[in-house]
Design a protein around this ligand. Structure first.
Ligand code: 8OZ
Length: 361
């Protein structure tokens, strides 16, 4: 059976912006910022420009503060040098006809004392060490033991999200995506495997989702809801995450974000470790804006998801690493380049801006 994939190349209105097609470049950590400043530079602009035919680019995860960093050479959005670096990226992407959102990131406990000011412990909802690794100057290593945040400190981090959003606007982005997925700080608050708090930020679903809500409110106040999205990963076990009852938790999150009129809900649909099914369609129903599906989609699966109204847009990660002209390749049904795993994290041009386009190949 041949599938009609033409739906992938139809326009879509997402919040305050118009997208020319349904393909999203997923946020992808590549560890190639400037050493010392963690500012983006010309090579990073080249990389995003090559991928500017995507309906939407979501930038690599970008720390909102030094405390929010968990890996070497990931970019920030909290210094003037970083804002200026991102300006070169957004200007180049816009000149090439693209649209780009910045992904706002605080890693929480997925960090290491060597990245924190004065070698301090990373922060988390609770002092529970994750059984996971981070990428440091000496290679991959275990994350450090975190300390639990004081309630007053939580408000300061919400403020950091606000300031980072103001900076993203100054840097020329079209919007921002709140990274609430993959076991980083917001996800650590939401899921009960990493949150044992007994104050207003722990216990009930409403309490565990409170930090996510406060962050979303701050970000919307710094810009406008039509330029704000959020990414979640309800059952992904990545970074040692678990929750005893994810369905009502993430339905509550989707409904709350819908009430704030966020432009989109971006869902990493990676399955649970034990294969327990999760009803992603319930999240689709609970959220009134654009639904972006991600994880393991192909051209045909993406077209089917959109045709059957399970998603509005589909994000591609590894396929976008290897295929800068993914839109043109999908349009033609052309063969795809294979992603080269050893060059994903760190390095220069190799495995970054040297994947051939169809016309070059
Ligand atoms: C891979 C390596 C480092 C970070 C995520 C930001 O999983 C990441 C990430 C992925 O969301």
């Amino acid at each position: 059976m041949t599938i009609d994939t033409s739906v992938l190349f139809t326009p879509h209105r997402m919040g305050s912006i118009d997208l020319p097609n349904r393909l999203v470049m997923a946020p992808l950590t590549r560890n190639r910022a400037t050493p010392g400043t963690d500012a983006p530079h010309a090579l990073n602009a080249d990389y995003y420009v090559q991928r500017a035919s995507a309906g939407l680019i979501v930038s690599e995860a970008t720390q909102i503060s030094r405390q929010g960093q968990g890996y070497i050479l990931t970019p920030g959005i909290y210094t003037d040098a970083q804002v200026e670096g991102w300006q070169t990226v957004t200007r180049a992407v816009h000149a090439a006809g693209g649209r780009i959102f910045l992904q706002l990131w605080h890693v929480g406990r997925v960090s290491h004392v060597s990245l924190q000011a004065d070698g301090a412990a990373p922060v988390a909802p609770s002092a529970i060490q994750a059984n996971t690794k981070t990428y440091l100057a000496h290679g991959f290593d275990a994350v450090s033991m975190p300390r639990a945040l004081e309630v007053e400190e939580i408000a300061m981090i919400v403020r950091d999200y606000y300031n980072a959003t103001v900076n993203a606007k100054r840097a020329g982005f079209d919007g921002v995506e709140i990274h609430a997925a993959n076991g980083y700080l917001i996800d650590q608050f939401m899921r009960d495997g990493s949150n044992r708090r007994t104050d207003g930020y722990g216990g009930s679903i409403e309490n565990r989702a409170r930090f996510a809500l406060e962050v979303a409110e701050a970000v919307v106040n710094a810009w406008e809801p039509g330029r704000v999205g959020i990414r979640i990963s309800p059952v992904s076990p990545a970074n040692d995450m678990r929750d005893s009852n994810p369905t009502p938790l993430f339905e509550h999150v989707a409904r709350s974000m819908s009430a704030l009129k966020l432009a989109y809900l971006h869902v990493n649909e990676s399955p649970a470790a034990d294969g327990t099914p999760f009803d992603f369609a319930a999240l689709r129903r609970a959220f009134k804006g654009t639904y972006i599906a991600n994880a393991g989609y192909t051209r045909e699966k993406a077209a089917a998801a959109i045709a059957e109204d399970r998603a509005d847009l589909v994000a591609f990660g590894k396929l976008y690493i290897a295929n800068p002209d993914l839109v043109a390749r999908f349009q033609k049904g052309a063969p795809l380049n294979e992603p080269d795993q050893p060059t994903f994290y760190g390095g220069g041009v190799k495995g970054y801006t040297d994947y051939p386009t169809l016309t070059a190949a």
